[in-house]
Write a protein that binds this ligand. Structure first.
Ligand code: V47
Ligand code: SF4
Length: 378
């Protein structure tokens, strides 16, 4: 082994593994979190990213529907939900109102609707199946990525159906994939302090495992940068990596930076930008079986999302069109998140990467290889 001056033997051994395309262990990952500089993890993560995707960076054209912010749960980090007891202060959309939101995109080349919200007892399995059917009937080509494992756990229990029965019912109604929310931190030591009353880590993983078995792809998130320790992040990623070894059903890992405005954890400071970039890089190195790593720009801010493209990230989500409130309410600098396709393309080209418009399942729709974005784009 060639010895690198100023780099400890344990870091050098990790670099060797990554160079050879070998998996790193949990102990290696802890060494990276504790000892590695930003430049060190950035360069390794970039190597992994480029091996997988070359210079490509993916985005899509999407919008969100948030059916309600009324929620029976009370996660301490959540700035968005209204307790069910105070539901008159929140919003609750009817199927007609949500269909109206879909119809606003008639004739526009959006490919995905992302549906996620609070957990409202009156919005049950039958209601959501009707919603999916209404959307698919109106626009069969739109990919529906909907509901977190937290929402599924509640609606299936309430309907007294198994996870398999519930998912099959929604697939028949038009469900195409599952977003990554609700994962937070799986480890009970932390989960009990930040979101004690919703589905636990094992329950979240079991729902995604069943979804994968039924052919539904999904994403996975991790809410980091609050009271968890590096060991909890590693435990979280290990459980995801093990499940992915079994099913190969995850598309994307999305680290979500904790934002501290207007919630019960506002006293907890936010992570620094350097720590955010280290998080992305280490996730890219550790999660060797996840095809994609996403920086969700409405939460991170567009400049930091752009920076993350040098730290292993190959996806920056989509146009969003100012249709999500979760992050603006939690204090993100993106108060009205919307980016045109031209802005996304420019943001990626500015860091000398190749923008690739994708659909939800990462089929390529268009590559933008010129230096200038197409002025006809919006
Ligand atoms: O699970 C809530 C997070 C998630 C805060 O799959 C917060 O493509 C930070 O999962 N600070 C929902 N995060 C959003 C989500 C998501 C977003 C974008 C893309 C995809 C995908 C999934 O939002 C929740 C929770 O972890 N969240 N409050 C907060 N204060
Ligand atoms: Fe409800 Fe989701 Fe907010 Fe938790 S994070 S309180 S489950 S809306």
């Amino acid at each position: 082994m060639v010895s690198l001056p100023g780099i400890s033997p344990s870091l050098q051994a990790i670099a060797q593994k990554v160079n050879k395309g070998q998996r790193i262990s949990d102990e290696d990952c802890l060494v990276l979190f504790n000892e590695a500089s930003l430049g060190f993890v950035g360069s390794l993560a970039n190597q992994v990213k480029e091996r997988l995707h070359g210079d490509k960076v993916f985005f899509n054209r999407n919008f969100h529907i948030e059916p309600t912010n009324v929620c029976v749960f009370s996660c301490n980090f959540c700035s968005y939900s209204q307790l069910y007891a105070k539901r008159e202060d929140g919003w609750e959309l009817s199927i007609d109102q949500m269909l109206h939101m879909v119809k606003k995109y008639d004739g526009q080349p959006v490919t995905e609707v992302h549906i996620v919200g609070g957990v409202h007892p009156k919005m049950d399995l039958a209601f959501f199946a009707d919603l999916l059917k209404a959307i698919k009937t109106h626009r069969p080509d739109l990919h529906i990525k909907a509901f977190t494992a937290v929402e599924y756990d509640y609606m299936f229990r309430k309907a007294k159906v198994s996870v398999e029965e519930g998912l099959r019912f929604l697939i028949a109604a038009g469900l195409n994939s599952i977003p990554g929310g609700g994962a937070e931190i799986f480890h009970p030591e932390i989960r009990e302090q930040i979101c004690a009353d919703k589905v636990d880590g094992d329950g979240w993983l079991a729902i995604h495992e069943k979804a994968h078995e039924l052919g539904l792809p999904s994403n996975a998130t991790m809410l980091y940068g609050h009271i968890e320790k590096f060991e909890h992040r590693i435990d979280h990623m290990r459980r995801l990596r093990e499940l992915q070894d079994r099913t190969k059903g995850f598309n994307t890992f999305i680290p979500l930076k904790f934002r501290n405005m207007d919630n019960d954890m506002s006293h907890v400071p936010e992570s620094s930008h350097v720590e955010d970039m280290r998080m992305y890089a280490i996730a890219r190195i550790y999660l060797d079986n996840f095809p994609h790593l996403k920086a969700y720009w409405p939460m991170l801010g567009r400049q930091n999302a752009q920076l993350s493209l040098a730290f292993g990230v190959d996806d920056i989500d989509g146009t969003i069109d100012d249709t999500t409130k979760i992050y603006s309410m939690a204090g993100s600098e993106e108060q009205s998140p919307t980016m045109s396709t031209a802005e996304l393309v420019t943001l990626i080209q500015q860091v000398k990467r190749i923008p690739v418009e994708r659909d939800t399942l990462y089929h390529e729709i268009k590559q933008y290889r010129d230096n200038q974005p197409d002025p006809a784009l919006n």
